[in-house]
Design a protein around this ligand. Structure first.
Ligand SMILES: Cc1ncc(COP(=O)(O)O)c(C=O)c1O
Length: 397
């Protein structure tokens, strides 16, 4: 945990008695980390940020000068991006786009539309006719696989995402014979989530390049853009063993030398790996108890603010920040050198953030700080279940 986060929590607790519950974001750390990722990619590559991971205004503002553009999956996300920049490049994707969304995206000046089916291609063409100008698209393909192991798979398996690779020839026929207002720029392949292995990620991109080259040759068109999606992982189970960027960089450079045609632009649209580490979810311990032999810390907050551990069924890493103030006229309960399960305030046994985690000491009134909470934390949570107050959002550094 960064010292600045720990100091901020102590300062906050010195100023107020109400139990702490907050997301804290270290923006200078975010800027430095995202700059490192962008700079580490070979020259043909551009880093876009998939804002579904975290679309807070100040996060987008911090990333704007660092990334080449943003990925949006709804008009709401497009508006959030336009609130920080009127003209930065946006790529727009996601299954089941409505006509209003396609037209709204075009009006907002999105650079590329990711088309997920033949039906969507026809509707994009119609939108282009209405607008009187061609719509630049990438076709999103769901590869047949096999693909590397990962926490979630969007492709290589039956999912709602993209055009089945086996159906692509039929969709290309629609493009050739029916569409007058669609300009195919290339392909989009976001196949998995949370890949921790640098070698297999580089190999995946090699596969994408070979597939896209074949499809372009079939069409007799130059491949201009290949979007290789996001999916680079964060190791929540073992924080010291993260995706190896140095290895990835050298493997990717070799892959591009072997397979990338000259002039091809390769887009990465990463979410998790960009913002996970800059975010912390800090919650105060309200109660300590033992039930059926298991020690529980009940905290001010829970999975309605931070659904990630429940969604991925992992025990999320946290640190205890000692808070010395104790306002009550009775003894302060504590657990020393033991294992604790951290639960929230909801009325479901699924409201658990960490299980059987070892702590040197935890007391009621201490603050537990969950690290790597900056991606798919608040943004994927069911905020209003039970109508508890929302956490504060604080920016440090
Ligand atoms: C189409 C698309 N692109 C990019 C991303 C971002 O992926 P990640 O956060 O794994 O980098 C997602 C996430 O689900 C996605 O659906």
């Amino acid at each position: 945990m960064s010292a600045v986060v720990e100091d901020s929590i102590r300062q906050l607790k010195a100023q107020r008695q109400a139990p702490l519950c907050a997301y804290l974001y270290d923006l200078p750390a975010l800027r430095a980390w995202a700059s490192d990722i962008a700079a580490s990619l070979p020259p043909a590559c551009r880093l876009y940020y998939a804002i579904k991971a975290n679309s807070e205004h100040r996060i987008l503002e911090t990333l704007r000068p660092v990334v080449s553009g943003f990925e949006a999956a709804s008009l709401g996300e497009v508006r959030r991006i336009r609130a920080v920049s009127r003209d930065c490049p946006i790529v727009f994707g996601g299954p089941g786009k409505t006509d209003d969304e396609i037209e709204g995206a075009l009006q907002a000046g999105v650079r590329l539309l990711h088309v997920e089916s033949a039906q969507e291609l026809r509707r994009a063409d119609l939108a282009g006719r209405r607008a009187g100008r061609p719509v630049a698209v990438l076709l999103r393909v769901n590869l047949r696989g096999p693909l590397p192991a990962a926490t979630l798979k969007m492709s290589g398996a039956p999912t709602q995402f993209g055009i089945d690779e086996a159906e692509l020839p039929a969709v290309l026929r629609v493009l050739r014979h029916e569409c007058t207002h669609v300009e195919l720029k290339g392909f989009h392949l976001h196949s998995l989530s949370n890949n921790l292995d640098a070698d297999s990620h580089a190999e995946l991109i090699a596969l994408y390049l070979q597939k896209a080259a074949g499809w372009s040759a079939e069409l007799g068109r130059r491949l201009e853009v290949l979007n290789v999606g996001g999916g680079i992982g964060v190791n929540y189970r073992s924080l010291d063993s993260q995706f190896d960027w140095t290895r990835f960089r050298s493997r990717l450079a070799r892959v591009l030398d072997a397979h990338a045609p000259p002039g091809l632009e390769i887009l990465f649209e990463c979410g998790r790996v960009v913002t996970a580490a800059c975010g912390y979810y800090a919650v105060e311990v309200l109660d300590l108890k033992r039930n059926h032999g298991t020690h529980f810390a009940v905290v001010r907050g829970g999975t309605h603010h931070f659904r990630l551990p429940a969604s991925w069924q992992h025990s999320h890493p946290f640190r205890v920040v000692d808070v010395d103030q104790w306002p009550y006229p009775f003894d302060r309960p504590e657990l020393a050198r033991g294992h604790i399960t951290v639960a929230g305030q909801l009325c479901t046994p699924k409201d658990v953030l960490a299980r059987d985690a070892y702590v040197e000491r935890v007391r009621i009134g201490d603050v537990l700080v969950f690290s790597h909470a900056g991606a798919y934390g608040w943004s994927i949570s069911h905020h209003d279940f039970l109508s508890h107050p929302h956490p504060e959002t604080l920016y440090v550094g």
